[in-house]
Design a protein around this ligand. Sequence first.
Ligand code: AMP
Length: 628
Amino acid sequence: MPEAPKNSYPSDYSLDEMNKKKLEFIENVTSNPDEVQKKVLSEILLRNAHVEYLQRNGLNGHTDRESFKKTMPVITYEDIQADINRIANGDTSSILCSKPISEFLTSSGTSGGERKLMPTIEEELERRSLLYSLLMPVMSQFIPGLDKGKGMYFLFIKSEAKTPGGLVARPVLTSYYKSCHFKERPYDPYTNYTSPNETILCPDSYQSMYSQLLCGLCQNKEVLRVGAVFASGFIRAIRFLEKHWPLVVKDIRTGTIDSQITDPSVRDAVMKILKPNPKLADFIENECRKDCWQGIITRLWPNTKYVDVIVTGTMSQYIPILDYYSNGLPLVCTMYASSECYFGVNLNPLCKPSEVSYTLVPTMAYFEFLPVHRNNGVANSISMPKSLNEKERQELVDLVDVKLGQEYELVVTTYAGLYRYRVGDVLRVAGFKNKAPQFNFICRKNVVLSIDSDKTDEVELQNAVKNAVNHLVPFDAAVSEYTSYADTTTVPGHYVLYWELSLNGTTPIPPSVFEDCCLTIEESLNSVYRQGRVCDKSIGPLEIKIVEPGTFDKLMDYAISLGASINQYKTPRCVKFAPIIELLNSRVVSNYFSPKCPKWVAGHKQWSSNNNKATTRIEEMNGKAQTV
Ligand code: AMP
């Protein structure tokens, strides 16, 4: 197996040499991906031969692909939830993995309304670092000179909790930014950011955002690239600037930091960068004062070459607003990753967002692919059986056996102890780099609504609506039809539900009842949604729009005019197509917003109710939770 290049090199290495090594690594692993995958699988199975999960399933120490595929089930989170709970409750025996579980990564995917807990091990940090280290050598092939300036990236940590057994549970990026791989990274022109570590690691999101923007503006001429992880995060930063620029300008003019920034380590770090600069303050003030913020990125950071944010998947809804703010700079999606495992890189980063494909790096995990069968052009996902039968299991193919144009669901076996785990993403084969396939990200299975990292599926939405309509019962009213829409024209974006009512009673329904309906829906949605509302402030209040009677008939007529079959027509539970949204909006008779935030606490519901000690710890950490 080609040896992974070191993540840092001796200082006498030139940047060119470093880039060359990284690119050679990509050439090597994509030239013989099958061999690499075989080795990865046997390595994982060999070292974990004695773990309870593999023994329970009867793998009997086999490390070959055939035995593995014959014996091991293809699973979802629910299948291993009992094992995960044991680990969370303090069982340190080798249940899934022979190496100690170092922490849980809290996925934005949910199970039973709570974040999924992905076990991880210390060495996975190395794999993540490796993937990160490939990104800039790839980029530098297309845009030279990126080592001559800085990146302005808005990076944040999120709140964390402890499981009853004492393991930390936090998002994968929080884990990475707090690790020595990030904090103690040696000087590298490619990880030279305008944000000092202290500003990224500040748990208070207002202070973190403010100080990162302040530092980014102080060094505006040095900035060659800007970004955040997801598009939604970057837009949040620009909107924050729209609101707070007078304070930032004052700080730059005087060389002092606003008194709301109280974290001493943040203040110290910023003071090393901030110098009184009235000329720069005048320039920023002049730009920010203008009514039109089109092209604000290139105006304030004139040397920016591209915007580095993920705009594939649901984030594509933010492309128009990013184009507006950046005056059409390239939007670059560099990588594809998850809490379970980091997957791959985009080897053609300057391509259009609609053409982005990711090359899975075969050393990261063992990958398999379950063909997705479509029904009338619609992935038949909601009715997908939870566990696969024997025939379906045999349909899984290896990395090198995927077919161009075919869609697959990604299944991973990781070093940290997930075996044939269905990630929930649907990918389409777009081409090949050497012998390694490259995939378009198509969608996350079942997800209907998403604004930020929240992922709400149809069943959750249905249950939430069911709970809310109870408020209408005293008025002898019911919801006869509904659909939903992720409205990202507001910042932050918010969920909109279109309701058509059937009214039998004569008493008018007061607005407060519909507001209660909004809040009940929010209370019923998963914890990632509620965290976005309460803590991250990345999702705005949910809105219900009441539409005129007959609107959903019109919707059906419209769908049929576009070729839908009248027999098979079902009201879509989520709409994205602009003419349909226009049709719905043209028939709105009233609208209502959630009057307050739903409840949310860090950690898991079950920990709070089962374990007093755990509750205390969660509350303590929640007190420190951030509020971007
Ligand atoms: P999490 O486990 O919460 O980090 O979420 C991981 C999920 O985010 C993946 O399984 C994808 O659904 C989504 N995701 C990550 N990277 C990308 C990407 N580059 N494009 C589209 N979706 C992505």
